[in-house]
Design a protein around this ligand. Structure first.
Ligand SMILES: NC(=O)c1ccc[n+]([C@@H]2O[C@H](COP(=O)([O-])OP(=O)(O)OC[C@H]3O[C@@H](n4cnc5c(N)ncnc54)[C@H](O)[C@@H]3O)[C@@H](O)[C@H]2O)c1
Length: 459
């Protein structure tokens, strides 16, 4: 029977059999015939047959793996859709243990030994029941080491990770959310000496690339802490101001630029360059985070924070100014009013990271598949202070200590930054609960109890 007839005969194909025969070892062949017929379907030497079997087995394994990956990819897509639509956390997704039991939200905080990261860890543990917090840090910030033991006491699992090294992420388990609080946060970063701009780029931007890959791979949402420093220096310098009570404040007699109101600077304020090297790394981080979130379907929230301050902040003249000023004033360390006629009228709003934690929790619990993702948050006009006013507050608390006057201007310095939090208030029912005087009181008590805090901070 010809082979094509044999194959089209439904009764023959299911009954094929393997028939071995041999006459001499060299001529041994394996034949497969249709049962009840003499037609040969397949004939080969044993070695050829073995190779073919090997080939088919390999193809079968590839096909099975491919089907498996396909199924997993489909499951992941469904899960991502669910996450984007419903959000995570107490109001939405809960993680499941391998055993199938329900557990709390799993959070990874980068820069966990920094001021903001460690304060967020503490506050999240207080606010969210069953939450499990893991913190990573490379301990590069002077003082960061002091928070390591504190985190461990709080029950935060600490892992030494340098975010610049992709291989450092390998040992980390999966998380529901990553809070990115690791960076060199100084507006003067990158300007001091050979290699410093490259280091800034690597710590603030290249490292974020690894965080984003991690989020995409492990399907974690991202909360990115951005900064008021993403705004245009020239636009900030051009804000119409007048001096009142020893502080710059908005001059309502002049028209205000787009994105600015008497409530402060909103998300629409100009981000035209220059914004400082630090600000540029933050602005670029925002763009990359939003893009990754959209491409790989994980939720991203960006919060442009005004100055964050509180007890335990590491303070230097160019970063953590409230902590530096209070500690330096208490110890009669030299203070300077730099630029702006040396009067100390430059003003900032400030808030505590535990209030930021409340906003982040609200974001994690907010289901949203599209709409606003970038928010501004800060102490607002009610929690704003100039350096001269801060000095007066310190004079009252610690006795008189007068800053020197330095008329030279500092790169990227701006006279007034106050954040407009109205969208965060409206969308997340959020508000600043700890007023600036309360935060300053905590700062002062911490300074009094830690006589070497300026040394710890690397001043
Ligand atoms: N402090 C503020 O006023 C303020 C305002 C707006 C935004 N932010 C943002 O908040 C975040 C935290 O700021 P902060 O004040 O806590 O600063 P911080 O310097 O106290 O903390 C940053 C931490 O990140 C760690 N870190 C830096 N690079 C790292 C890397 N490559 N790998 C691992 N760890 C690394 C440091 O060791 C440090 O512990 C930053 O992203 C900053 O831009 C801060």
């Amino acid at each position: 029977m010809p082979c094509d007839q044999l194959l089209s005969n439904p009764w023959v194909i299911p009954t094929i059999s393997i028939d071995f025969f041999s006459s001499a070892a060299r001529r041994t062949r394996i034949e497969i015939r249709g049962a009840g017929t003499n037609s040969t379907l397949f004939s080969a030497r044993p070695i050829q047959y073995a190779l073919l079997r090997l080939g088919f087995t390999w193809l079968a394994i590839q096909y099975r793996n491919w089907k498996q990956e396909d199924l997993e990819a489909w499951t992941q897509t469904r899960r991502r859709e669910k996450i984007c639509r419903y959000g995570f956390g107490a109001g939405g997704y809960e993680s499941e243990t391998a055993a199938g039991g329900r557990t709390g939200m799993r959070i990874l905080i980068t820069g966990a030994c920094g001021f903001v990261g460690s304060a967020l860890a503490e506050s999240l543990l207080e606010r969210v029941e069953g939450i499990r917090v893991t913190g990573v840090d490379n301990l590069m910030r002077p003082g960061a080491e002091t928070n390591r033991a504190r985190l461990q006491r709080l029950g935060v699992q600490f892992v030494h990770v340098d975010l610049r090294a992709a291989s450092d992420f390998a040992a980390l388990p999966a998380f529901d959310w990553v809070i990115d609080a690791a960076a060199n946060p100084s507006v003067l970063a990158g300007l001091s000496g050979a290699g410093s701009s490259r280091r800034l780029f690597e710590h603030n931007l290249a490292a974020l690339g690894n965080v984003l890959e991690f989020c995409a791979e492990r399907r974690a949402g991202l909360l990115l802490l951005s900064s008021s420093r993403v705004y245009s220096i020239s636009a900030l310098a051009g804000i119409p101001l007048r001096v009142q009570d020893q502080a710059f404040g908005l001059d309502p007699s002049d028209p205000l630029p787009a994105g600015l109101s008497t409530h402060g600077i909103g998300a629409d304020f100009s981000t035209a360059q220059p914004v400082s090297l630090y600000g540029a790394t933050k602005l670029a981080s925002e763009v990359m985070a939003m893009e990754y979130g959209s491409a790989f379907e994980f939720p991203v929230w960006v919060t442009r924070c005004g100055v964050l301050t509180g007890a335990g902040q590491f303070g230097t003249p160019d970063q953590g100014i409230f902590a530096f000023w209070v500690n330096a004033h208490l110890r009669r360390h030299p203070l300077r009013y730099i630029g702006f006629n040396g009067m100390g009228h430059q003003a900032r709003d400030a808030f505590h990271p535990r209030d930021l934690a409340a906003l982040l929790v609200a974001q994690m619990n907010t289901p949203r598949s599209n709409g606003q993702r970038v928010y501004t948050a800060g102490g607002g006009p009610a929690n704003t202070m100039s350096l001269a006013q801060l000095t007066a507050w310190c004079d009252e608390r610690f006795g008189l200590h007068t800053p020197d006057i330095d008329l030279r201007s500092r790169p990227y310095d701006v006279p007034w930054v106050v954040m407009d939090s109205r969208n965060a208030i409206k969308d997340f029912n959020w508000r600043v609960e700890t007023s600036l005087p309360v935060v300053l009181d905590e700062l002062a008590r911490h300074a009094e109890n830690h006589p070497n805090w300026l040394d710890v901070s690397g001043v």
